[in-house]
Write a protein that binds this ligand. Structure first.
Ligand code: 6GU
Length: 264
């Protein structure tokens, strides 16, 4: 059982996202559990923020309401504060977080939170990327959604989390197609209809490798992957223009000398 405690000024923000889809089912089936605490409830006058010392326009969440909100939980668990100053979030981290039995997530707002609260009570700051969100709620939902995939039973099929982008060897997931087999002249690679599992597996790995090289070349760091990529480049030249098109490529792309190093 994975339990999450969320400290937020806006608990209603979470109502529908935690009811819908896979996450909704995980909570309904008790694979995950969530409880909330609102710092506003720990103030006399409802005031949770104040102006920053030294000047500035944006309000800072005050120490005491946050601290009391945190202390209202019997156990704190691992305390996480999503903020642009945090360490980058990733599938690797999501997998680790999914093993914690109890995580408390602090949603910041406005200009941030009093630094003394972070020093005092936060175990880890996490950032989703180099941009600023108005508050931590959207970030907390993102963390929950991505780590839920590593909690046993959340995905119907245990294998799917492994096959997705960034899992296993860290490549992007390749393209997928479903019925109808033919629509508006778009082609699908023939090998997928061959029933030849080994060939299909190879094709998928190859497509994954090539698309990663094109879209996120910086992800291909591993030496053996780089060697396989140069083999894949050779193989790519043997594909028909229909097969290339099915991978989102054009024959002219292959003629660019920086094709696999700079992406498209
Ligand atoms: Cl994780 N939280 C907030 N509030 N802003 C962010 C972020 C997280 N990651 C990037 N910007």
């Amino acid at each position: 059982m994975n339990k999450f405690q969320i400290i937020t000024l806006f608990p209603d923000y979470f109502t529908s996202p935690l009811k819908e889809g896979l996450l909704g089912r995980a909570f309904k089936e008790g694979l995950m559990e969530v409880s909330f605490s609102n710092p506003r409830q720990f103030t006399q006058d409802g005031r949770v923020d104040d102006y920053p010392f030294g000047g500035g326009d944006s309000m800072i969440l005050s120490y005491t309401p946050l601290k009391q909100s945190l202390e209202s939980f019997t156990k704190k668990g691992y305390v996480v504060y999503p903020s642009p100053q945090g360490r980058p979030w990733s599938a690797r981290k999501a997998r680790i977080f999914a093993k914690h039995p109890l995580i408390t997530l602090i949603c910041g707002r406005y200009g941030g939170v009093d630094e003394r609260f972070i020093r005092d009570s936060v175990d880890e700051e996490i950032s989703l990327g180099d941009y600023v969100l108005n508050g931590g709620e959207a970030a907390v939902l993102t963390l929950l959604e991505s780590l839920s995939r590593f909690i046993p039973g959340v995905l119907g099929n245990e294998k799917s989390a492994e096959e997705e982008s960034f899992e296993g060897i860290g490549l992007l997931e390749g393209p997928q197609w479903t019925r109808p087999r033919s629509i508006e002249g778009h082609q699908i690679p023939e090998v997928l209809f061959s029933g030849h599992h080994e060939k299909i597996k190879n094709f998928r790995f190859f497509a994954s490798l090539v698309l990663t090289a094109l879209k996120r070349p910086e992800l291909i760091t591993d030496f053996s992957l780089q060697k396989r990529l140069s083999k894949a480049q050779q193989a790519l030249k043997a594909l028909s223009s229909e097969e290339l098109r099915a991978l989102g490529l054009r024959p002219v792309d292959l003629e660019r000398s920086d094709f696999f190093t700079n992406g498209l």
